[in-house]
Ligand binder design. Structure first.
Ligand code: GDP
Ligand code: MG
Length: 510
């Protein structure tokens, strides 16, 4: 058990703080020994930890405004971290519920408490007892909140107050019979539901980068789409459709995972595939954790997977194996795959999933999150991808080209957005209140013969591609779209770096 106290006021002396510290230590230790405390907490190998912050009136008013939308000074605020009800955990503890201090000591943070010292002082006078008793009363009351006791939700109030008095009496601060009856006018702030802002203590979400690697067609884009619940990367039955490192951002109250969808690790053949290989390595290098995705239908790892495992080892990154398309095979048939893959790397976990059917994806997410550091979010919570609408529009057009044309077309094709103009509504409140988006785009191909395929008889092919792409762009932008497509031929552009640069496939320096 460890309590850390941060005194942000000048009105609470060192001596007062020392006495307060020893009292709250004793109180929490006693509280954790009560039989209503979940054994997963009381018998944990980790030390239960609480951060207490002592503040002035302005600071607590600010917290009330931010978290409770109330412009008021209160005596205390509690920020629970775990989901608990009357001492019982609602969920199993997960690896990310723990943290480690500088000395690598394993901690189980249960929440943060903020006490307004000025308020406590005036209440002590008002009720006729010591400041020490008042401060400890507020602290114990908050600890009970952190452990899932909640009088505000109409649950048995007497139990909470009985416990409070019992513990305060045991640590030598019994209620003075002459003092008036008193209840904390505190508030509990559910850290996991109310807000993504964590102004106090250790309540940081687990955030970081996850490189998703695997050969083309294993289902990486499908997984990203399932995770983000939105069409982000292109999904196609044809390999190598994802060219840029699309970053999908998964947000949860307690986590942010930034996925880097890599184009696949394969042998370079042209400048374009060289770029792709390059970028998958770059993605892995900057990642906190690597997920290698395998196709459950093929039990032997090939060179690609071996290289990915090697890369993880060299970069000293944790690597997780996601065995996708589990819906298409039997459980038994995955056993040889798991045995074979275990030879090539020391996987943190091997998780069969179906990206398509959303099976096992939650479990995979938990493992990924458990390998991310507790730190502030990289991106605001509302952001889903760092790609611009313009870039996504280009990808959506490309997707339809792949969908409607035959095998040889895709790899020689790029889409360039020539113009992307937004017309706002007359009474627009912000820049997303749009009436119409007009997009002019060019489809660049390598050969005249490709151009005629893309145009189709009487221009029917390009029309079909355009209609389907427009519908998807409308879905993405939630706005009416006008889409104008042109087909252009640029011979051998795949091997010419100038064109690669022009289309955004830039080699980035590390
Ligand atoms: P990527 O190249 O790794 O990004 O692969 P995609 O996400 O584009 O998927 C390739 C193909 O595999 C598509 O036809 C998907 O529908 C299919 N696919 C992806 N995930 C699953 C899955 O879990 N089960 C099955 N049966 N098919 C899948
Ligand atoms: Mg893909």
């Amino acid at each position: 058990m460890s309590i850390s106290i941060e005194n942000k006021t000048r009105t609470f002396s060192k001596e007062e703080q020392a006495a307060f510290a020893s009292h709250v230590d004793a109180a929490l230790a006693l509280l954790l020994k009560q039989d209503y405390i979940d054994e997963r907490i009381s018998k944990s190998d980790a030390e239960v930890s609480v951060d207490i912050r002592l503040v002035g009136e302005d600071a607590i008013r600010k917290l009330n405004r931010e978290h409770r939308k109330k412009d008021a000074v209160t005596d205390v605020l509690s920020f629970p971290i775990l989901y608990m009800t009357d001492g019982e955990l609602s969920d199993d503890l997960m690896p990310y519920d723990y943290s480690y201090d500088e000395k690598e000591k394993k901690l189980l943070p249960i929440g943060d408490v903020v006490i307004c010292v000025e308020r406590a002082r005036s209440q002590a006078v008002k009720y006729g007892h010591s400041l020490e008793r008042e401060m400890c009363f507020l602290a114990v009351h908050s600890f009970l909140h952190l452990l899932g006791f909640d009088h505000e939700n109409g649950r048995d109030e007497t139990l909470m107050f009985e416990q409070q008095e019992k513990i305060l009496a045991a640590i030598g601060l019994p209620r003075d019979p002459s003092a008036k009856e008193h209840a904390a006018s505190d508030a509990v702030i559910s850290a996991k539901t109310d807000t993504d802002e964590h102004p106090v203590g250790e309540m940081l979400p687990h955030c970081g980068y996850c490189a998703l690697v695997g050969r083309p067609n294993v289902g990486k884009s499908t997984l990203l789409n399932t995770i983000s619940g939105m069409k982000l990367a292109i999904v196609s039955h044809k390999p190598q459709t994802t060219r840029n490192n699309i970053q999908a951002i998964y947000n949860r109250d307690d986590a942010q995972v930034i996925f880097v969808d890599t184009p696949g690790i394969h042998k370079p053949q042209s400048k374009l595939s060289e770029f792709m290989v390059d970028s998958s390595f770059r993605a892995a290098k900057g990642a906190d954790v690597i997920v290698l995705m395998a196709d459950g239908r093929f039990s032997k790892p090939a060179g690609v997977e071996v290289r990915a495992a090697e890369m993880a080892r060299k970069l000293k990154k944790p690597i997780i194996l996601a065995v996708n398309k589990a819906d298409a095979v039997t459980k038994e048939s995955l056993l040889p795959l798991i045995a074979n893959y275990s030879q090539i790397a020391d996987f943190e976990a091997i998780i069969p999933i179906s990206a398509l059917k959303d099976d096992g994806v939650d479990e995979l997410m938990e493992v990924i999150i458990s390998h991310l550091p507790a730190q502030p979010r990289y991106f605001p919570i509302e952001e889903v991808t760092d790609q611009s609408e313009r870039e996504i529009a280009a990808e959506l057009i490309r997707e339809q080209i792949l969908h409607y044309t035959n095998e040889e077309i895709p790899h020689g094709t790029a889409v360039e957005i020539d113009s992307f103009e937004e017309k706002l509504k007359e009474d627009a409140m912000d820049s997303y209140d749009r009436d119409l988006i007009s997009i002019h785009a060019s489809i660049i191909c390598e050969k005249d013969s490709h151009k005629s395929i893309l145009l189709g008889k009487n221009g029917q092919m390009i029309k079909r591609i355009g209609t389907a792409a427009r519908e998807n762009i409308e879905k993405m932008t939630e706005c009416k779209v006008f889409l104008d497509l042109h087909v252009k031929v640029r011979k051998d552009w795949k091997n010419r770096q100038v064109f690669l640069d022009e289309f955004g496939y830039k080699k980035k320096d590390d």
